[in-house]
Design a protein around this ligand. Structure first.
Ligand code: HEC
Ligand code: HEC
Length: 202
């Protein structure tokens, strides 16, 4: 009698926990709706200078939300959004977007000469040492492959001139990269769309 009573209580606790988790997911999904206004209903950003966040690495997304909220990274469009988010929602939002499928923006592969210039520049600075061989990144390091071309170029320039000041290491690397090589890197990285290294969503 006592044992079956304990079982019922355990079962009930299980239902309550499952229900609580589902409600938390619903709440995050509702909060994520505002993001679609700029980052896109299907993960394709509304403007070329807005980054893809669907399928981006969770640790990286979390760091950016944290940095926009603290003011370590600033942007006229994104900072006010982050300011209005609850601190406790940053990690769940990062995890939510990281699980969605990275979209194909249909950007063409770089022409051979541009790809060669980009690969040479990448090798000399050692980009793959952190962003990995297929520029898929990992954890708190950003995926670059298939990212919006104009955003890539803008954010590399922002690192270079200090407009984006949340990672001094990346700023130093961009200062060591010529503007021509930065152009080549943006075209090359934007055109990488290798299915095997793309988060297919869950
Ligand atoms: C009004 C437009 C707008 C809305 C709404 C918006 N964002 Fe953004 N977001 C941007 C722009 C623009 C950038 C790029 C900022 C820059 O160039 O530094 C950005 C950048 C980001 C980044 C950094 C990505 C990277 O690759 O570095 C993350 C993460 C992000 N947004 C998450 C969100 C989330 C989560 C929401 C919803 C809660 C949201 N954004 C809503 C415009 C918006
Ligand atoms: C020592 C490790 C390291 C190396 C080497 C490195 N990166 Fe990064 N990179 C990072 C990290 C970490 C971030 C995330 C920074 C942050 O949190 O804001 C980043 C961010 C970026 C971003 C911003 C992505 C986004 O979505 O906004 C771009 C673009 C980028 N790196 C390009 C490059 C290129 C091109 C090279 C080579 C020329 C390079 N990186 C070399 C570690 C590195």
């Amino acid at each position: 009698m006592q044992r079956s009573g304990a079982k019922v209580i355990l079962l009930m606790a299980g239902f309550l926990l499952a229900g609580g988790a589902a409600r938390a997911d619903d709440a995050i999904e509702a909060k994520a709706k505002v993001c679609a206004g700029c980052h896109g209903e299907q993960g394709i950003p509304m403007q070329k200078v807005i980054p893809v966040i669907w399928g981006q690495n969770a640790g990286y997304l979390f760091y950016q939300l944290r940095d926009f909220k603290s003011g370590a990274r600033k942007n006229d469009l994104m900072s006010p959004i982050a300011a209005n988010l609850d601190q406790a929602d940053l990690l769940p939002l990062a995890q939510y977007f990281s699980k969605l499928k990275w979209p194909n923006l249909g950007q063409p592969p770089a022409p051979d000469d541009v790809a060669k210039a980009a690969q040479t520049a990448a090798a000399s600075v050692g980009c793959p040492g952190c962003h990995l061989d297929h520029f898929q990144g990992d954890g708190t390091t950003a995926r670059l492959a298939g990212q919006n071309h104009d955003y890539l170029l803008k954010t590399m320039n922002d690192f270079r001139d200090g407009t984006r000041g949340n990672n001094p290491g990346m700023s130093d690397l961009m200062k060591a990269t010529s503007p021509d090589n930065m152009q080549a890197l943006a075209t090359y990285l934007a055109g990488l769309q290798i299915d095997a290294y793309i988060n297919q969503g869950q």
